[in-house]
Design a protein around this ligand. Structure first.
Ligand code: ZN
Ligand code: ZN
Length: 255
């Protein structure tokens, strides 16, 4: 299984891109501004999008992606996997003919460009040898993370979350975990804000990491612009027993 990090920042500016991860050539997790790194040829190979939640930094390029691929999607819609609540929000507020055309009924209702497949927390999808499990987390809107496994490795992505038990319980239920991409948006100086916004800060992240029985390689994502160095330093100073790395756009991994 190949992973390409398209975006992993909590904001934009310079080479910062917001959340999107490409798995092999056909699956996207989230649709932040990182999707703009893909060539049109690479976009044409996409078949599935798994969304963690509806915040703009995770869905910003979904409308533009569908529009770019429109002529390719007439007989083969792009499949969006997400919580029912998330898709209702996206239908109501994005594909509503006001912000963007309703690609759920374009070119016509019998041949939509996007197909929605609702997922519930705990559900899995099998896609050509890759098992993708949706995991509930604790964000300011309904949110999930995902665990992806194939014959050669396993990887988990937290999505946006603050303190929770669900992510850790699910990860511990499995035999192992090779790689964990986990968010930490704010530094400890903004703990109040991170609690309010449903994000981790180093203090809450480090406390939660003690719930994990596995020792995967840990990659920190979603650092807020301007606080990256401070936040990452606080994590490395406080987190014992893990190999921790800061994630960057265009990092590639093979699992
Ligand atoms: Zn969010
Ligand atoms: Zn976010």
């Amino acid at each position: 299984m190949k992973l390409r990090i398209l975006g992993c920042s909590g904001g934009i500016g310079g080479d910062r891109r917001t959340t999107s991860i490409l798995i092999d050539e056909d699956i996207l997790i989230d649709c932040g501004t990182g999707v703009g790194n893909l060539s049109v040829e690479e976009m044409r190979k996409l078949r599935h999008v798994f969304l963690t939640h509806t915040h703009l930094d995770h869905i910003a390029t979904l409308p533009l992606l569908v529009d770019t691929l429109f002529n390719d999607l007439h007989d083969r819609p792009l499949v969006i996997h997400a919580l029912e609540e998330s898709m209702e929000i996206i239908k109501q507020h994005i594909f509503n003919w006001q912000i963007w055309p309703d690609f759920f009924e374009l070119p016509d209702k019998s041949r939509p460009s996007i197909e929605f497949q609702a997922m519930s927390a705990g559900e899995t999808r099998e896609l050509q040898g890759r098992t993708i499990e949706m995991i509930p987390v604790n964000h300011s809107v309904p949110g999930v993370g995902y665990r992806i496994q194939n014959d050669t490795g396993s990887f988990a992505f937290s999505g946006d979350t603050t303190t929770n038990d669900t992510l850790w319980e699910v990860l511990n239920r499995h035999d192992g975990l090779d790689m964990l991409v986990i968010e930490c948006a704010f530094s400890n100086s903004e703990k109040q804000l991170s609690d309010l916004a449903g994000h981790y800060c180093p203090e809450t992240l480090i406390a939660d990491m003690s719930k994990l029985r596995h020792r995967p390689r840990v990659f920190i994502t979603h650092l807020k612009p301007g606080e990256e160095d401070q936040t990452f330093q606080e994590i490395t100073e406080g987190l014992r027993g893990f190999d921790v790395v800061r994630l960057h756009s265009e990092d590639h991994f093979q699992l």
